[in-house]
Write a protein that binds this ligand. Structure first.
Ligand SMILES: NC(=O)c1ccc[n+]([C@@H]2O[C@H](COP(=O)([O-])OP(=O)(O)OC[C@H]3O[C@@H](n4cnc5c(N)ncnc54)[C@H](OP(=O)(O)O)[C@@H]3O)[C@@H](O)[C@H]2O)c1
Length: 304
């Protein structure tokens, strides 16, 4: 069973990894509510209870698809933690009047989006709401006002941000009634920015855990035509016997999990066998040398 994790010391528990739904409707054939229900039930049985989604996913349709699956099993919602995001608005068939894509992290907009997410998902609260991207046109006071209202009304259990830099997180954190619990950022062997730009250091200072999106570099780590991916595959093959034959994806998840900021990786695949494989990574403890060997392979250079 997958271990549990508190993103913030005083906050609620989540699973050590999350299941991400960005690609849920990517295939030409969308999963039926029944098929998605079975996948979510299997995730819950594995202890993978945290589901990451966003208002914008699947052209604003993913939350509705999750809601349709949850409606088939009234008991399932209580076994899950639902994380969603708000703040990105793009022109599409539902919104023909939008001329350009834009961010809106104003309090009023966040409240409207969160209430829509609650309706689409068919739930009475969100376990975690994230501001999807920093909006350069909104003050942190305005964003905080919306988050504080949602927290006060019990519509969200806690709040966080995504893709914020350290200054943006600090400015918002100083204004919310309940400290932010995470910064969800791109973090993988192929995207190490958070360990260089201060994000993971800030999380450790504040006692919160980052969430790591695209943990396999959007699949690049598994490709045969990606130079850095191939270097990592070779390094992973060399160390696999020391980890009970662990696969590249598992070692890539284990690499993220080993970071002292204790990131929560978000699994991107919709294939149950790949989800199960990722969950098994939580029991791998990489040695210091192997963690650095993967760092070296991914970077294509020795440590400075
Ligand atoms: N906050 C943000 O701005 C943000 C941005 C992007 C993503 N996210 C979140 O992060 C989640 C994960 O992102 P991601 O989908 O880019 O993750 P990822 O794990 O880096 O990439 C998943 C992709 O890798 C492919 N893949 C190939 N071989 C695989 C293997 N052996 N095991 C697993 N996957 C393999 C998957 O294909 P198959 O599907 O065919 O398995 C899928 O297309 C998203 O679902 C979303 O919840 C957040």
């Amino acid at each position: 069973m997958l271990p549990r994790l508190r993103l913030a010391q005083a906050g609620p528990e989540f699973s050590r990894l999350a299941y991400g739904t960005w690609r849920l409707l990517n295939d030409a054939e969308h999963p039926t509510p029944r098929a998605l229900l079975e996948r979510l039930q299997r995730c819950a049985d594995l202890g993978l209870t945290t589901i990451d989604t966003a208002e914008i996913y699947g052209g604003y349709r993913v939350e509705e698809a999750i809601g349709a699956a949850l409606a088939l099993d009234k008991g399932l919602r209580a076994r899950l933690e639902i994380v969603t995001k708000a703040g990105i608005y793009v022109p599409n068939a539902f919104h023909p009047n939008r001329k350009v894509s834009y961010y809106d992290a104003s309090g009023a907009r966040l409240i409207k989006s969160a209430e829509k997410s609650l309706r689409f998902l068919g739930v009475d609260h969100l376990d975690l709401l994230l501001v999807h991207r920093p909006d350069w046109l909104t003050s942190p006071d305005d964003t905080a006002e919306g988050l504080n209202r949602l927290l006060k009304d019990g519509k969200i259990r806690c709040a966080g941000v995504s893709n914020y830099n350290v200054h943006q997180l600090e400015a918002l954190d100083a204004r919310v009634s309940q400290p932010l619990v995470t910064n969800q950022v791109e973090f993988s062997l192929l995207r190490m920015d958070p360990i260089f730009d201060g994000v993971t250091d800030q999380c450790q200072r504040l006692g919160i855990k980052p969430m790591a999106w695209s943990p396999l570099g959007q699949g690049r780590l598994m490709r045969r035509d990606d130079e850095a991916g191939v270097r990592v595959q070779q390094a992973a093959a060399e160390m696999a016997p020391r980890y009970d034959g662990a696969t590249v994806d598992q070692l890539a998840f284990a690499w993220i999990l080993a970071h002292p900021s204790r990131p929560m990786p978000i699994i991107g695949s919709n294939r149950i066998e790949r989800i199960e494989s990722a969950v098994r990574a939580a029991s791998i403890t990489l040695s210091r040398e192997d963690w650095y060997a993967l760092w070296t392979a991914a970077q294509g250079r020795r440590i400075p």
